[in-house]
Structure formats: structure tokens, C-alpha cells
Write a protein that binds this ligand. Structure first.
Ligand code: GTP
Ligand code: MG
Length: 285
């Protein structure tokens, strides 16, 4: 498995991020509720230097609710940091975020309008959250990682304003398990990891967590030898042709997409409980 990263890009991203951090009072750090640990950037704390930080566990609609509650409880126990669960597609999130951000700022003595910016790794929902807060169409939303480009301030209400441009955080790539989880959820550019192999890891995961949903959806036994399983999925979805046979690339993409969109259930991929039953060490079977 190859995971690539480009140091030049990272240095530029970091400089921009530092510039924008200096313009705000609070950072809204977006995490994917399905991978609250793997979608966090451990270097962000050093860059923030005591700045207020509101962590938003986004996409809770796609995560295991029990795991989300546990993460919300455990992540919020730090001074100057709070954590909120959120589905950015749900309009009620707007009020929750602003209330909490203003409350934190007031608690720490900030008197004027609270200036905020959204930050997070690719595809965690930054643009969707900016749109939710601004109520406008200024920040483009896209399904592919790395979509956001643009910059301005949006006055959301008298006591709260937001930078239109999110801070892009880079992934922590030193841990192979983190890389696999990020790729499974579509947070790493698709061509970085081989999708067929990713599906092998996904099958391993579903065997311990989501067998029922999968077997019902595809009417297939998850214990079939992997290649046979993929072949059968391809047949069911018409991704097989007489001339060229099974289109493994297409069936892999479909499988991953359905998992990412929650069609196979609501799952959390981080945490001791899942780590103890889903081994990402070594090559997939
Ligand atoms: N189900 C669900 N989907 C969400 C949620 N938030 C965002 N999405 C979807 O996740 C995908 C990525 O969202 P974006 O807002 O574009 O993410 P981003 O962080 O701006 O991504 P980049 O600009 O690529 O870094 C889109 O397809 C959104 O519709 C959520 O709370 N629940
Ligand atoms: Mg974006």
C-alpha cells in the first residue's frame, strides 16, 4: 500500500492556516464523527497557541450513536476546548454552534463580535458547515476531497462572524491504520490507495460490525472468498460484461461509496472497541 504526501504543499498550507488563525478568536475544528481520532490533526494544537477551539463532530448521522456519545464525553474535557455533535445537513446545527462559540468566547473574556473560522481535513464537511452558518451560497460544496479554494468575512449575526475560507488541515500519515480509515471514508484523494484492497479491509470491518446490513442489501454471504464476493456484487449491479468480464474498479468504487454514504449502516471506525476486533495490521486476507 502506498500513501503519498507532498511536503511543499504542506508548508504552503501551514503558512496560510497560521495567517488565518491570527485573524480569528475561535477555531471551529471539523472532525468526522466516524473517525474522530483519525480525522484530527495532532499538530493543530501547536499552531493554535491557546486559541479557543470548538470541535465539531460532524456527520453524526453516519456514525454509531453510542460511540459518538462516548467521544463527546471524552473529547470535551480540556480547558478552552469544547466538543459538539453535529449533522451539517440539519439546520438546527447553526444555532447550536453559534451559541456555544459565543458562550466560550464570553467565558474567556472576549467582549466584541466573535470571529470564527472553520478548519479540518479534506471532505469532513467544512464547506457544508460554512454554508449552514452563513445561510448563503458563498462556499462551494463538493463530494471530492480538496475542492475548496476562495476568501471573505461573513457577518452571520451581530455577535458572530466567520471567515468564508476554511483552514485546510493535512492528514496524519505516519500511521497505516489511520491512512486506511481515511481512505475508506473518502477523505484521501482516491488515487492514493488501491480501491480493491480497501474493499478487502472494508469486508473485514463489516464481518465484525455490519454483516446484517450488507447481506440484506446484496443478498450475499459476506464469508464468500473475497474475489468471488466482488464478482457477485458486480453481477448484481450489472458491472460485468461478456467481453471484458468483471469491472473490479467500478464495483470497488460502488462498494466504497455505499459504505461512505451510510447505505450499509451507521458506523464508527475509531476507538478501542473496534480496534480490538478489526485488525488493520498486515495485509488484508
Ligand atoms: N450525511 C452527511 N453528509 C455530510 C455532512 N456534512 C457534509 N456532508 C457531505 O460530505 C461531503 C463533503 O462535504 P464538504 O462540505 O464539501 O467537505 P469539505 O470539508 O469542504 O471538503 P473539501 O473542500 O474537499 O476539503 C459532501 O458530499 C457533503 O454533502 C453530514 O453531516 N452528514
Ligand atoms: Mg470544501
Amino acid at each position: 500500500m502506498i500513501i503519498q504526501w507532498f511536503p511543499g504543499h504542506m508548508a504552503k498550507t501551514k503558512k496560510l492556516l497560521l495567517e488565518n488563525i491570527s485573524k480569528v478568536d475561535i477555531i471551529l475544528e471539523v472532525l468526522d464523527a466516524r473517525i474522530p481520532l483519525s480525522s484530527a490533526n495532532p499538530l493543530l494544537g501547536d499552531l493554535l497557541e491557546g486559541k479557543l477551539r470548538l470541535r465539531l463532530l460532524n456527520k453524526t448521522d453516519l456514525a454509531d450513536p453510542r460511540a459518538t456519545s462516548a467521544f463527546l464525553r471524552d473529547l470535551g474535557q480540556v480547558p478552552k476546548q469544547e466538543t459538539l455533535g453535529l449533522c451539517a445537513k440539519d439546520l438546527s446545527g447553526k444555532k447550536k454552534i453559534i451559541l456555544k462559540a459565543v458562550e466560550m468566547a464570553r467565558f474567556y473574556g472576549h467582549k466584541g463580535r466573535v470571529r470564527a473560522m472553520v478548519a479540518g481535513i479534506p471532505n469532513c464537511g467544512k464547506s457544508t458547515i460554512i454554508n449552514l452558518l452563513s445561510g448563503g451560497k458563498k462556499a462551494p460544496v463538493g463530494a471530492k476531497p480538496g475542492f475548496t479554494k476562495s476568501l471573505q468575512r461573513i457577518k452571520v449575526q451581530e455577535d458572530f462572524e466567520l471567515l468564508d475560507t476554511p483552514g485546510i488541515l493535512w492528514h496524519k500519515f505516519d500511521d497505516k491504520k489511520v491512512g486506511i480509515k481515511l481512505a475508506l471514508l473518502g477523505s484521501i484523494k482516491e488515487d492514493v490507495l488501491d480501491r480493491y484492497t480497501l474493499c478487502q479491509y472494508l469486508v473485514q470491518f463489516l464481518k465484525v460490525k455490519g454483516r446484517g446490513n450488507f447481506e440484506k442489501r446484496f443478498s450475499l454471504d459476506l464469508d464468500l472468498p473475497f474475489q468471488e464476493l466482488m464478482e457477485n456484487m458486480a453481477k448484481k449491479r450489472g458491472m460485468i460484461t461478456k467481453g471484458s468480464g468483471v469491472d473490479y474498479e467500478r464495483v470497488s468504487s460502488m462498494f466504497l461509496r455505499e459504505f461512505q454514504e451510510g447505505k450499509l449502516g451507521s458506523f464508527t471506525l475509531d476507538g478501542e472497541e473496534i480496534d480490538s476486533v478489526w485488525s488493520l495490521d498486515g495485509e488484508p486476507l
